[in-house]
Design a protein around this ligand. Structure first.
Ligand SMILES: NC(=O)c1ccc[n+]([C@@H]2O[C@H](COP(=O)([O-])OP(=O)(O)OC[C@H]3O[C@@H](n4cnc5c(N)ncnc54)[C@H](OP(=O)(O)O)[C@@H]3O)[C@@H](O)[C@H]2O)c1
Length: 287
């Protein structure tokens, strides 16, 4: 199988590296060149354009930033979809909204490309250590064709349902993630105001049965005040925006996630977009 990987940011560069470690015949493309050079040094082939990268591919993985970027790179006239061999498979791992996944499938169908939505749970270390969890949407028989490769990049592949269901489930995970981080931050900040030591709060709160387990790791960022990016705050804002779109499309009120969205919007506007999303604590602390 010839594999192409488009989008080598924080996640994509590490996912592609794990394909290489497992012996994949891999061609990569990224807008900026540094991550391409790093992967070529590890044995990948590179191509001057995304269209060149996919021209012989059996499977194309993408890990881009937003639906707008996926649309531009893959679905615009003369975009990547038009360059893929007929009957090849496009696996989009970008976090997008489910109605956008449906439009990806429609665009793929038009040119005889088979499509799977496969967003991931996990962040930088999980991508690095092939410990991601894939939430997939699409036909089971199609998933079976790509699953061996997903298993090289992750520890679990969940088939949630038809096209868009991977994206739908990922959306639920991220609205919980965003709000849990804010809830944790508010508890720490109030605790400090009530005279409790910050270290005590950061040690004790994550272990409670009411706490989201991931706050144990984010507590270390809060303790050090260093928010080196794993999951960029700007993409958490994007994901809450996409959840709001989906809620509108479903005619389903989404109260607290929209409050969270506006807090992430303000933090992003204050220049925190390329810090880890846990920097929402820094934003609330300074507010
Ligand atoms: N980081 C996480 O923990 C995490 C976890 C789960 C899901 N996700 C999702 O996974 C996706 C990627 O996340 P990431 O953290 O890897 O993001 P990232 O580091 O910001 O990478 C984004 C990728 O998109 C490319 N890109 C952006 N704008 C472009 C444009 N106009 N034309 C062509 N390429 C463009 C970037 O290219 P350049 O390198 O040239 O900028 C880069 O390859 C996002 O949808 C995110 O929500 C992230």
């Amino acid at each position: 199988m010839k594999i192409a990987f488009i989008g080598l940011g924080i996640m994509g560069s590490r996912m592609a590296a794990n394909l290489l470690k497992n012996g994949a015949d891999l061609t990569v493309f990224n807008r900026s060149k540094a991550p391409v050079e790093a992967l070529v040094a590890q044995g990948a082939k590179s191509a001057p354009t995304a269209n060149e990268a996919v021209k012989d591919a059996d499977i194309v993985f993408s890990m881009l930033s937003t639906p707008e970027v996926v649309e531009y790179v893959f679905m615009s006239e003369g975009g990547v979809l038009s360059a893929m061999p007929s009957n090849a498979i496009w696996v989009d791992c970008t976090t997008v909204n489910p109605s956008f996944s449906a439009s990806e499938k429609a665009a793929a169908d038009k040119v005889g490309i088979r499509f799977i939505d496969a967003p991931v749970a996990g962040t930088l270390p999980h991508a690095q250590n092939a410990e991601l969890v894939f939430f997939t949407g699409g036909e089971a028989s199609l998933l079976a064709e790509v699953e061996p490769y997903l298993n090289h990049m992750g520890k679990k592949v969940l088939h949630i349902g038809e096209t868009g269901k991977g994206a739908s489930f990922k959306m639920l995970v991220n609205i919980m993630l965003a709000q849990s981080m804010i809830i944790f931050s508010e508890a720490v900040l109030l605790g400090e105001k009530m005279g409790m030591e910050k270290d005590f709060l950061l040690n004790a709160l994550p272990g409670l049965v009411v706490s989201a387990p991931f706050t144990k790791f984010k507590a270390e960022m809060v303790r050090s005040g260093e928010y080196d990016v794993q999951f960029p705050l700007e993409w958490m804002h994007k994901d809450l925006h996409l959840a709001a779109i989906s809620a509108y499309e479903m005619n389903q009120p989404l109260y607290l996630a929209n409050v969270a969205k506006e807090l992430f919007a303000e933090a992003n506007k204050k220049g925190m977009g390329r810090l880890d999303f846990a920097a929402i604590h820094k934003y609330l602390e300074e507010r």
